[in-house]
Design a protein around this ligand. Sequence first.
Ligand code: SF4
Length: 387
Amino acid sequence: MENITKLKIGLLCRGINVNPHEKYFREIVPEKYAAGGKSRAGVAGSGKSFILEHGEPCNIGVLQPFLQESPYEFKIIDNKGWILKDGEKAIKATLREPQWHQTSLSNEIQLHGKDSLATALSNYCIYKKQGEGCKFCIIDVGGDVVFRDPLKIARSIETIEKNPDLRASLNIEDKYNPNLQAEELFKRKKFIEPRDININAGALKNAAEIYGTTISKIREVSKLPVFIEIGPVTKNEMETLYSAGTNALSFNMEVYDKNARLNVIPGKAKQNSPDVYLKAMRNASDLFGENQVTSWILIGLEPVEKTIEGIKRIAETGAIPLPKPFRPLYGADYERRNPPRVEDAILIYREWLDTIKEYGLNPLKAKAGCARCNACFPLRELLKYGV
Ligand code: SF4
C-alpha cells in the first residue's frame, strides 16, 4: 500500500493527461483557468479533485506546462475510470461534479476535494497590485477584480446544504457510459455531504474584518466547521475570528529560506518574516486548539533541506505543516519552472511523517480545512501506509 502514497505524490508533482479525442476531455480539462478568484490563491488552480480507489481525493493538475512529460493519464476503460502510468493501469479513479456547479451558485462556492465547500472572498491581492505577488500564483487570472458579498456567500452555502438535488453528482464513468438508462443513472447518483467550509482570498487590507463579517453571516445559516487561509494576524484579530465562528486556520509560509522568500514571494517576504508567521501559529494553536492550525509550504522552490527545516519549525509551534509540490501554471511568473522531482518530494514527506510524530501532531483531528480535505497532500496516506 506504500505504493499508493508514492503514486499520489507522483500525481501531485507531475499532473495528468487526458486524450483530447475522448468525449469527456472537456469535462476534465478546461480551456483556460477559471477567473474571478475561482482558481484561488496559490498553486492548486486548474487541478481536478479525482477520487482515488482508496476513497481519498487527489487534486491533480490537468492544465499546466510540462504535462507532456507526465507518465500519467486518465482514461475510462470498460466503463471504469482508471489512472494509467506509462500506459499501465495504476489505480481506479473517478471525478464527481456536483449539480450546483452547473448553476450560478458556483460563482460563490466550489466543491474542493470530495466534500469541502470553498470560496475566495476576493481575487484582489495587495502584493500583486504592487507588482510583488508570489511568482507561482494566478489568483488574478481573468483580469476582473471581484469582492464577494458575505450575505450571498452565506445564502449560497445554505441553499447548497438544504437542497440534496444541488449536491447530486455522478461518477464520470457512469455519466459517459452509453449503456446506462435514465433510471439506472438516477440510482447511481451520489449526494455530496459537505463536511466543512474553506475560505481564502488574496492578501487584503483589513483582512480579519472582511473574513470576520463573512464568517458571522455563514454562522447564521450553517453549522459546518469553518477554515480560513489568512496572513499572520494579531492576537486580537485572532480572537475576533474565533468568536465569529472560525474553527481552524492556516498561515501559509509557502517558502522558508530567507533568500528564496525574497525571490519567490517578494511582497509577502517583505511584509512578514518567517518568525512572524511562526509566532502567529503559536498564538493560534493556543487559541484554536491542537491540530487546528496549519501552514502550507511548497516543495520545489528552495533547497530540500530548507523545506525540511521549515517543516520542523512549523511543527514546533504546534501547527501542522502542509508540504505541497509546487505546480507551474500558465500565466504565472514561474510558468516555465520545472515541477519538483518526485524523489525530492518523497524525501520531504518522509521527514514530514517523522516530524509530526515527534511533535505529537495529528492531521486526522483537524476539524476543517486543507489538512482534513487531503486533496492537495498525501497526509492520510502517509499516516496509514507510510512511504
Ligand atoms: S499573497 Fe501570494 S499566494 Fe496569496 S494571493 Fe497574493 S500573490 Fe497569491
